[in-house]
Design a protein around this ligand. Sequence first.
Ligand SMILES: CSCCC(=O)/C(O)=C/O
Ligand SMILES: [Fe+2]
Length: 201
Amino acid sequence: MSFTEDEQRLAQPDDHASVHIAAWYMDDSIEDQRLSHQQNPEKPASLQVLQNLGVLYWKLDADQYETDPRLAAIRKVRGYSHVEIINISKDTLPDYENKIKTFYEEHIHSDEEIRYILDGSGYFDVRDLDDQWIRIHCKKGDLIILPEGIYHRFTLDETNHTKAMRLFVGEPVWTPFNRPQDEHTSRRKYLEKFGRVASTA
Ligand SMILES: CSCCC(=O)/C(O)=C/O
Ligand SMILES: [Fe+2]
């Protein structure tokens, strides 16, 4: 498939120079996962830090998602043929308690995780290369891509509601592989691409 210059430009992730992302290194407290868990003093993580871990980010207009040319270009250029919407709250998500537990287990996937927040908010936590948690506060209009093989988890925040679009290339596979997965092909690929481990292939 070929793309116009316009589509390629529109599909470019936001740049750390022009966009601020709400992300920070977490404290070690085992208090309620929905709290912000900022360190004292706070230790922000820039979009550049996240990009170095393979995380991509766009700020879009969630009120226009059905007609947004930027979202259309991202989907076309990156091949996201599958789209579905998940509405996460006690009243809207079947099997809510189990799902919330599963989302917060540290895991990887064998594909990218692509999430576009249409309403509400929540936290994606990702491990950096020193195994520190970075918490990303995703709100309405945030589209985030976590690369294949990155250790991560998700939780609602204190608003207790996230409505998100989940995108996928082809037939979706949502399977989480809970840590430890150090021998998993996707984990090894991730470390070869973004980590400090030399390729053995
Ligand atoms: C905000 S979408 C729900 C979380 C999810 O799908 C996932 O895979 C978390 O890692
Ligand atoms: Fe996940």
